[in-house]
Design a protein around this ligand. Sequence first.
Ligand SMILES: [Zn+2]
Ligand SMILES: [Zn+2]
Length: 360
Amino acid sequence: MRAAICREFGKPLEIAEVTLADPDPGEVRAEVRAVAICHSDVLYASGGWGGQLPAVYGHEAAGVVTKVGEGVTDFTPGDHVVITLVRNCGTCPCCARNYRGSCESSFPLDDPGPLAFPDGNPVKQGLRTAAFAEEVTVHQSQMVAIPRDVPFDAASLLACGVITGWGAVINTAAPLPGRDLVVIGCGGVGLNAVQGAAQTNPKRLIAVDLSAEKLAAAEAFGATHTVDGSAQNPVQAVRDLTGGRGADYIFVTVGAVPAMKQSYAMMAPGGCSVLVGMADEAARSTFNPLALSDNSGRIIGSKMGHSDIRADIPRLVEMYRAGDLMLDELITVRLPFDQINQAIENVEKGIGLRNVIVME
Ligand SMILES: [Zn+2]
Ligand SMILES: [Zn+2]
C-alpha cells in the first residue's frame, strides 16, 4: 500500500510503497477513506517536535475495518470507524481518571510499529496512527464505530480537531452557564471550542483571531463577539467587552506564546486559561505568579479534550445528525491523496478551516 513518508524534516512528503503488518491480538486494520491535516502533523513534519525518521504522520482519520486481530470483539470487517491517536489501556491511573489521551501504558504496536519499506527497513508510525496512507493498523482502543450514513470526511474531523476543541470546553473546563468565555484562534480546533462553548449558554462568547474570514466563521459557529487581533489589542478588547472584568475561561487553541500571555492578562478574578494548542518543544511562556495567586487564577492544559473517545464520539455523531454540530462547514478544502503536500502547505499558510484528504 502507499503512504506519504517524511524522510527529512521541512521537506515535502514522498508517496511510496510500504508494507503494513496485519493486526496482532487487540489490533485492527482499516482502509483510510478520509484524513484531515492537523497542525500537529505539520509541526512534526517541520521538525518542531523531533522524533524518528522516516515517518508517516496523519492522525485525524475515518475509514472501513478490513481485518481484526485475535480477541477483538468490538469491530468486524466492513465497520465504518473514526481512527484516532488515543491508544489507551482503560485501566492505568490516567485512563481511570478519564485522561485517556495521556494513557501511561505501553503497547506492542509502540515499538516496532506496523510499517516498513519493501526491503524491510522500518518506517515510524507517527502519532501512533500513520493515517497519511491507504491503510492503518492500530490498537482497537483507538477506534470508534460510527453509523454508515455519516460521511467519512466529516467523521475524520471527530478524531482530533473536534474532540480537542469541543472537549477542552465540555470535558476539561466544563463552565457553568452565564460565564464569559474567550476562544483565541479560530482554526479547525478553535471553531470546535467555539461550538462547544456555545453549548454552555455563556453570557458572552468572544472569538479572537487575526483573520476576518475565521472570525466570520466563528460567528457562524456561535460567537457573540469577535476581536480582530490584527487591528485591536485583544486583552484590552476583551476587558472592554466584559466591563473591565475579563473572561472566566480563555481557551488558547493555538500553540503561540503571545496568545498564551494574552490569555493570562485577560483572566477575570477566579478565571482560568486553558492551553489547548500545542506549542513547539522549544517554546517557553512566563506569567505573573502574584497576579495568579492573588486572583485565584488557573492555567491548565487540555490534551485531546480529555476525551473518552468511546463516549464522546458517539455523542458528537448524534449531535451532528441532529444538526447541532457543524462538521461539513469546517471542511473548506478537499484534496486527493497525491496532493497531500498542497494540503500541508495550505495548513501552514492558514488556508481553509480544515483541509481533508479524501481517498479515491
Ligand atoms: Zn491533531
Ligand atoms: Zn491507560
